[in-house]
Design a protein around this ligand. Structure first.
Ligand code: NIG
Ligand code: FE
Length: 416
């Protein structure tokens, strides 16, 4: 298939974009792209490619902007139920952490997820996966973490593998057994941490070798935060995971700084996520490391919290900044990377070009996939979007709608 007549073919070609380099779009005006067997074969101008491949099946982009599919690098896609009542409590003055300490928050979603049968969990999760895809996310990282016991964690993982298999959204799974201390382990945080390290992580590895032996091991993530896992417990989980060969991620500095960013860098994590209350010294450290920083602006927005990731400081320090939605029932029920981009421009002061690079090539890097997705280059997977606007900046400028006209995933067109 030859897609032609793109007003702007935004390639984002090249390596992940560090620091002030962020925002290199590699635009080809009146661009075209040749796709075979789900892969990108050639990129060029419409004039050149139409001449060179006159017999190829054509798809007219009709003067609209074309860009790589969004990569959502941080979601909690799989859960049951909702927390609309807690949202209302927050509007009446209770904080997220107060609700969590009183047995609500993550624990209430854990209760709902544990009691959901597999079919309804799959059904509820699939609806969100479809909504994400329709708004332009072609690959999403997705975490477990609402089971906090082996059986439900594996059932969540099973849903993720099943949805990835069904497509079209490609799912990159993460094990987040260390998302919260389950109520049955209240005041026995160390015992739960030990359970995660000594039982869950090895059991997951064994399960993986039976269920998904052909896929790389999932990421292992920890919520390093006051009221969740402290720095020492985070170290135990990440060290145990690393020893078993899992790649690492960590939720750090969402509400308080516990030193999680330094720890994650030391252990060679693929990313640290949230990164709001991060110290000046740790910002410098992140700038020198290969660990990506995944900013989640939907979360402070969802909590009406004025503190966002200090993106400008991170870019000055030379960090690799990525964007994601954090889709979850507590703080950010948002399936749209377009909305995350719109927020990033307003609250992280990114330019539209910087936000786009953070949402594609850099977010692909944050989930270990920048060699195959995140940019439009020969040899990469054909995951791309045809917008319903001519100018990519509208993605950031407008908000609350959907400017994605067509989605192409592994060379297949949606809607067909
Ligand atoms: O990334 N911080 C931890 N996890 C989610 C919230 C999950 C929830 O409240 O259910 C987050 O914000
Ligand atoms: Fe999260």
């Amino acid at each position: 298939m030859l897609i032609h007549s793109a007003s702007q073919l935004i390639t984002l070609a090249g390596a992940p974009q560090r620091g002030r380099e962020l925002g290199r779009l590699g635009i080809i005006p009146n661009g075209a792209i040749l796709i075979h067997a789900g892969m990108i074969v050639e990129i060029g101008t419409t004039l050149n490619l139409l001449n060179k491949y006159p017999d190829e099946e054509r798809l007219d982009a009709d003067g609209m902007a074309v860009l790589p599919g969004f990569v959502d690098a941080h979601t909690h896609l799989v859960w049951a139920g909702d927390r609309a009542a807690e949202f209302e409590m927050r509007l009446q003055g209770k904080s997220y952490m107060e609700i969590m300490a009183a047995g609500g928050g993550i624990a209430s979603t854990v209760k709902a997820t544990r009691s959901a049968d597999h079919e309804s969990l799959l059904h509820e999760t699939r609806a969100r996966a479809r909504a994400m895809f329709a708004s332009g996310t072609t690959t999403a990282e997705a975490k477990t973490g609402y089971g906090l016991e082996l059986k439900t964690e594996l059932s969540q993982m099973d849903v993720l593998l099943q949805l990835d298999h069904e497509g079209p959204l490609e799912v990159v799974p993460t094990f987040l057994g260390a998302h919260a201390i389950p109520t049955e382990f209240a005041r026995r945080e160390d015992a739960y941490t030990k359970l995660v390290c000594a039982e869950m992580l090895p059991a997951l590895k064994e399960w993986w070798s039976r269920k998904a032996a052909n896929k790389p091991l999932p990421f292992v993530d920890v919520f390093c935060e006051k009221g969740a896992f402290n720095l020492e417990q985070t170290r135990q989980v990440l060290t145990a995971a690393k020893a078993l060969g899992y790649p690492l991620k960590a939720h750090v500095d969402e509400f308080e700084n516990l030193g999680g960013a330094s720890l994650a860098c030391e252990l060679g994590a693929a990313s640290v996520d949230h990164v709001v209350k991060t110290s000046a010294a740790e910002i410098q450290l992140l700038g020198k490391s290969d660990t990506a920083v995944v900013s989640l602006p939907c979360t402070p927005f969802g909590l009406s919290d004025p503190h966002y990731t200090p993106a400008k400081d991170l870019l000055s320090a030379d960090a690799i900044l990525a964007l994601a939605t954090d889709l979850n029932p507590g703080t950010a029920w948002c399936e749209s990377m377009q909305f995350a981009i719109a927020l990033a421009c307003r609250y992280l002061q990114l330019t539209p070009a910087q936000a786009l690079a953070a949402a594609t090539i850099n977010s692909a890097y944050a989930i270990g996939r920048s060699a195959t997705i995140g940019s439009l280059e020969a040899g990469k997977q054909a995951d791309l979007l045809i917008l319903s606007v001519e100018d990519y900046r509208h993605l950031a400028y407008r908000f609350g709608g959907n400017l994605v006209g067509k989605v192409i995933k592994k060379g297949s067109l949606y809607p067909q």
